[in-house]
Design a protein around this ligand. Structure first.
Ligand code: HEM
Ligand code: HEM
Length: 225
């Protein structure tokens, strides 16, 4: 089972994720229409690029946007989860060894205490993300089963990774479960809202351009719109 999960299944999961996301990117950009979106994509490239970059980096900084600042508690939970979700897959020692062996790419490895801290922070934060969907009426009204499913498959690699790491019960069982859950997550990325892992950058750039050009970004200039 371990050989299968770390062999052919790993390649399938990685392939589905990368090829699927390439297709999603192409679909995203082909679907853009300045008439329908009412975004002046090409008219003022300098102001557009400035707005796009600004929007991306502001959203990546905790409390960088008005949206994050209005809900500080939720912002902490989002960042508490995402810092681990982005750093651990690449920089956890168990992962760097695996990636070196499979892909020949060497990443620096996180110190074990830091990695444990990020993993725990992610699990605890994820608990509050679930609670947010259950408790806040304005979020609950828009929540579908898919949202809970996404949270579940996002949390599963952390929960199983920690069970393996602390060798609770049968180590090889939890390690195999962990790898299975990690691969499930990779496969789900192109087909669900988890595509935001990549498409976040595209949609923020799109909105940032709109704000950088006509929604105030070029205020005071002679732009005709
Ligand atoms: C898809 C292939 C994956 C493989 C082959 C893999 C492999 C491993 C290995 C070998 C360990 C070390 C277990 C030990 O300590 O003995 C581990 C731990 C862990 N992994 Fe993964 N993993 C994968 C995906 C993921 C993903 C997608 C995530 C998160 C989004 C993740 C998060 C973790 C966490 C949180 C731990 C425990 C961290 C700690 O040491 O405190 N893994 N993984
Ligand atoms: C570069 C990488 C990533 C970026 C920039 C990013 C950004 C975001 C943003 C902006 C949100 C929405 C916040 C809101 O509703 O206002 C979000 C939600 C979410 N992200 Fe990510 N994310 C990334 C990677 C990941 C990864 C790797 C995972 C899974 C392991 C993940 C799982 C989630 C989940 C489950 C939610 C939704 C929580 C909920 O609303 O119930 N994200 N992300």
């Amino acid at each position: 089972m371990h050989d299968l999960l770390t062999g052919v299944f790993f390649w399938i999961a990685l392939g589905v994720c990368l090829i699927g996301m390439l297709a999603r990117f192409i679909m995203y950009f082909r679907g853009l229409s300045w008439q329908l979106d009412r975004v002046a994509y090409t008219s003022h490239p300098a102001a557009g690029v400035k707005g796009a970059v600004r929007s991306i980096y502001k959203w990546l900084i905790p409390f960088g946007t008005y949206g994050w600042r209005t809900q500080p508690f939720i912002a902490v939970a989002f960042f508490g989860f995402h810092i681990g979700a982005v750093l651990l897959p690449f920089f956890l020692l168990g992962h760097t060894l695996f990636l070196k062996e499979k892909l020949g790419i060497s990443f620096i490895s996180l110190n074990a205490t830091v990695a444990d801290g990020l993993a725990w922070a992610a699990v605890i934060s994820a608990f509050f993300l679930v609670l947010r969907r259950l408790v806040l009426p304005e979020v609950r009204i828009m929540t579908t089963l898919q949202d809970y499913f996404i949270l579940l498959i996002s949390i599963a690699p952390f929960a199983t990774g920690l069970l393996a790491r602390y060798e609770i019960g049968n180590y090889s069982f939890w390690l195999n479960m962990h790898i299975f859950c990690g691969e499930l997550l990779l496969i789900a990325i192109p087909f669900t809202k988890l595509s935001h892992v990549f498409l976040f950058f595209a949609s923020r750039a799109q909105l940032g351009m709109d704000f950088g050009i006509k929604r105030g970004g070029m205020k005071g200039t002679k732009m005709a719109w």
